[in-house]
Structure formats: C-alpha cells, structure tokens
Design a protein around this ligand. Sequence first.
Ligand SMILES: Nc1nc2c(ncn2[C@@H]2O[C@H](COP(=O)(O)OP(=O)(O)OP(=O)(O)O)[C@@H](O)[C@H]2O)c(=O)[nH]1
Length: 318
Amino acid sequence: MKKIKVTLITGFLGAGKTTFLNNLIKKYPDAKFAVIENEFGEVGIDGSLIVDNQEDIFELANGCICCSLNGELRDVLRNLLNSDKKFDHLLVETTGIADPSAVAAAFIGDPGIASLFELNATVGIVDVKNVIQSIKEDEIAIKQIAFSDFLVFSKCDEVSEETIKQALFQCKLMNPLALTEKNYNGEVVKKDILNLNSFSSSKVEERASFVAGAHSHNHGDTVSYSFTFEGNVDATKLEMWLSVLFQLQFEVIYRFKGIFNIAGESNKVIVQGVRNESKIVIGSEWGVGEQRINRIVIIGKGIKREAIEKKINTILLR
Ligand SMILES: Nc1nc2c(ncn2[C@@H]2O[C@H](COP(=O)(O)OP(=O)(O)OP(=O)(O)O)[C@@H](O)[C@H]2O)c(=O)[nH]1
C-alpha cells in the first residue's frame, strides 16, 4: 500500500502557520488533503479559519500535540485510516509552542503508524518581525527553526530588507541546512512543498541529536485561556479594549484570536493579535440558525483569567 505523505507545519505563535496552510491547500487543487489542527487551548478556533474546501479537518485542542496529546494523535491517525474518506496527503499544524521533533516522533516511533504514513517534511514558518525576540525568550522557538527542513520567512512585506537579512542570518546559524523562501504577503510559496521528501530517517537522527535531552516539556508559565460567550458585542467597546490590551500588555500577550458577534453585523468579525499588534477582519456570514457564539483564545505569560472575564462583561451590548 502506498504510504500517505505527511507535512508538519511548525512555527512560533502567530508566525503565519494557518495562513500558509490555507495557501498550500489552494496551491494544490487536485490534492486530497486531511488536516490535523492542534491548538493549545480549550476551544478550537483555527479549524474555523481554514479555507472551506473538501478537506477533512481534525482538531486536537486543549493541550499541546508534542506533550500529552501524542496518544490522541495516534488515535486520530488510526481513525483517519479507518474512515472511508480518501486522501493522499496529511497536513499537521502544530501549536506555536510545540516541539516539532516530538510530533515527528509519533510518526516514526510507532511502527503501526510508520508503516502507513511517511513523514515528508517539516516546514517552519518564521515571523521576520518577531523571530529575534522569540528566540531570545523561548527555547522552543529555537527548536522549531533548528528542526525544520524548509523555512518560510513570513511578513517580509512589513519590515525592511535589513531586518529580513538579520532574521535569515540568525536562522541559518541555528539551521544551516534548511532551504528558505521569503514570503511577502502570506502568499502561496513557490517551492513544491508537498514533495520536499526531506524527512529521510537519517535526517531525523541527525536532527534528533540537537534536541536529545532537551525535551523537558515544561512550557514554562505560558498559559492559554479560552472564552466562549453569547451576546452582541459592542464594536466601539471592543476596539477600545483591544487597543488598551495590545498597547499596555504586549509583553505578556503572545497571541490573541477572537471570533466576535458584533451588534448589527451579519458576518463574523475576526480579531488576530500577535504580540502588540492586532488586526480586525470580516469573516464569513453567520449561517441561518447558527448560534452566534463569541470565541476568544489568549496565549501569553502572566495573564489573569479573572481580569479578562471581567472585561468581557463590559464589552457586551446591554
Ligand atoms: N503582512 C503579513 N501578514 C501575515 C503574513 N502571514 C501571516 N500574516 C498575518 O499574521 C497573523 C497570524 O497568522 P496565522 O496564520 O493565524 O498565524 P499562526 O501561526 O497560525 O498562529 P497560531 O496558530 O496562533 O500560532 C494573521 O493576522 C495573518 O493575516 C505575511 O506574510 N504578511
């Protein structure tokens, strides 16, 4: 039986993994994809941000795929194979704080899985705006870069050529073997990503030496809080809250994702925050009969759940 190729997508929080994944799906209209989305939070959001196509999307929420969820990942893979859906490529997007080597291990270490799936490549998305800071603060960011076969430098449209050069230089120090490509606007990458074939077992061993003993698996004091709540959100109050949140607390918030039901708006309103920046975009229309649930995921250090809960009460339209 032909093995199913697997591409792992890694990269620090907010680097642009889901954006990349969406564009990858668009680039190969004839491929039949299955997608595994892993989120470090109680509520899955990324699944709803993936382009609506024929793909089967499996979400692994409430934990990090590289830690406790390895067993669950194995179950999902077995279920995938037992389902009557046909697919020829599996894309796995890990959380922004996952160690990709541990995820790769699930594909290699389990003989049952290894006989059916073939790890093809690990693609690392590097946010050129924030990478230098991330590698200073979090060892996992270094592991992600060091472990990748192919590095996509995202957000090059937002920084100077000098900044891109510095990011490239730092990454090459950590991973001189990686192939690289610059991405200027989250666009489709040129490289034939599905056929990188760079995950030969010898390479895995070579890279495993880098991470051996370092898989301590304590994600430090990084926390992820998820909130779901009903009601109409007041657009002005939401904007005010976001501006305060991102201006004052950017040192503790790595990532903010929200889907909001704004009063008077027939479409979902999506807020994307990465460190001290946020972007509001109009999403798809709320379906007829669809419950208009607001969803927020916040990842960072030292965030107080109660403070956010209190705030949520104030942005609802009374
Ligand atoms: N300007 C610009 N923005 C980008 C690019 N790639 C991604 N973004 C934006 O960066 C933000 C985060 O992108 P995502 O694709 O959600 O990032 P992610 O890595 O999946 O985030 P997590 O799952 O939370 O770790 C979004 O607002 C994207 O639109 C790029 O090349 N240029």
